[in-house]
Design a binder for this molecule. Structure first.
Ligand code: PBG
Length: 328
């Protein structure tokens, strides 16, 4: 008679919210989340980003306020992107001592002290008039090795202004080694590097390029960012960055690359970050605005999926909101 009934009943552990919470394999905590923030030089009022509802280009003051709010909510860190008032071919604003990011770093260091990990995106694309991530040759191609010298200088400028972590995102060969050597030489041997190690040439960055005003004037990023078809290549990039001295590594985007996140997690023994990028944000916000998805549930599911795939740290534009919700 008992043989007519299932012996194993996985549903037993799903019966109540309390049971489900007890047996959850993956958890999301405010400390896992990093908030990407945009700050624009010379801006009078915070400027909403049309393709990223709820996200702003910040003024110097509104950045301080939003950073404070994020830290109050318990987020693990912030990562800064700067938009300079003037752009040029060399991206001079990126390492100017009074450049937009350096100024913001000093503000946040004085406001927040050690209460938050303030990271910087380290690239040139927001600062160059052509919108590319590096210096160009006369033929209009990216000059990898000349760009490394610029990245080294930007790293030192960001370190001097008080960055807690620098995160090179340009996908130039040798960038982590060049930055590590420059930081060590300038007296910052203890400043960690988060490598955007496995970064794909992704259409999901579309809204970001509005936010950071950095769409390339011509061409694209396919000669340096990875082909979405490749996963083994990510392992190679990750291992190279670790050899060059990266302290943490990142996979980007997150949602469409969860297999890569998992493989990286299983391969390395350093913290793994994943970046839920602007397009991932925009898709869910747009669908929710149409009433096609339950906004909060979809956001939470998208984030737990990234954690479940193996990311320790998740960069997300929803960091403050989700951290506040988790604290309730
Ligand atoms: C490069 C950089 C980009 C993003 C983060 N750092 C743009 C790019 O590589 O084209 C994209 C982030 C996002 O889409 O949210 N500085």
């Amino acid at each position: 008679m008992s043989a007519r009934f299932p012996v194993a009943r996985p549903r037993r552990l799903r019966r109540t919210p309390a049971l489900r919470r007890l047996v959850a394999e993956t958890r999301l905590a405010p400390a896992d989340l990093v908030l990407p923030m945009f700050v624009k030089e010379g801006l009078g009022e915070p400027a909403p980003i049309a393709s990223m509802p709820g996200v702003y280009q910040h003024t110097r003051d509104s950045l301080r306020k939003a950073a404070h709010e994020a830290v109050e909510a318990g987020v693990g860190g912030l990562i800064l992107f700067g938009i300079p008032a003037v752009k040029d071919a060399a991206g001079s604003g990126a390492d100017a001592p009074d450049g937009v990011v350096q100024t913001a770093l000093r503000d946040l260091a004085s406001d927040l002290g050690d209460a938050a990990v303030v990271m910087t995106d380290l690239c040139l694309d927001e600062f160059t008039d052509h919108g590319h991530c590096g210096l160009l040759t006369d033929a209009g191609e990216i000059d990898n090795d000349a760009t490394l010298e610029r990245y080294a200088s930007v790293a030192v400028a960001q370190a001097r202004a008080g960055a807690d972590v620098v995160a090179p995102s340009g996908m130039m060969d040798g960038q982590v080694a060049a930055i590590r050597a420059a930081l060590d030489g300038a007296g910052f041997p203890e400043l960690p590097i988060l490598g955007y190690s496995a970064k794909y040439a992704s259409a999901y960055y579309g809204p970001f390029r509005d936010a950071a005003e950095c769409a390339p004037r011509f061409g694209d990023r396919a000669t340096h960012q990875q082909d979405p078809a490749n996963a083994d290549e990510s392992i190679r990039e990750i291992l190279l960055d670790l050899e060059e001295g990266a302290d943490m590594v990142m996979v980007k985007p997150a949602g469409a690359y969860l297999d890569v996140v998992r493989r990286v997690r299983d391969t390395v023994d350093v913290p793994v970050a994943a970046y839920q990028v602007s397009g991932e944000y925009a898709m869910i916000e747009a669908a929710a605005r149409n009433g096609w998805l339950d906004r909060e549930r979809t956001i939470d599911e998208s984030l737990i999926a990234i954690r479940r795939a193996g990311a320790d740290i998740v960069l997300t534009y929803w960091a403050t909101e989700v951290a506040q919700r988790l604290a309730r």
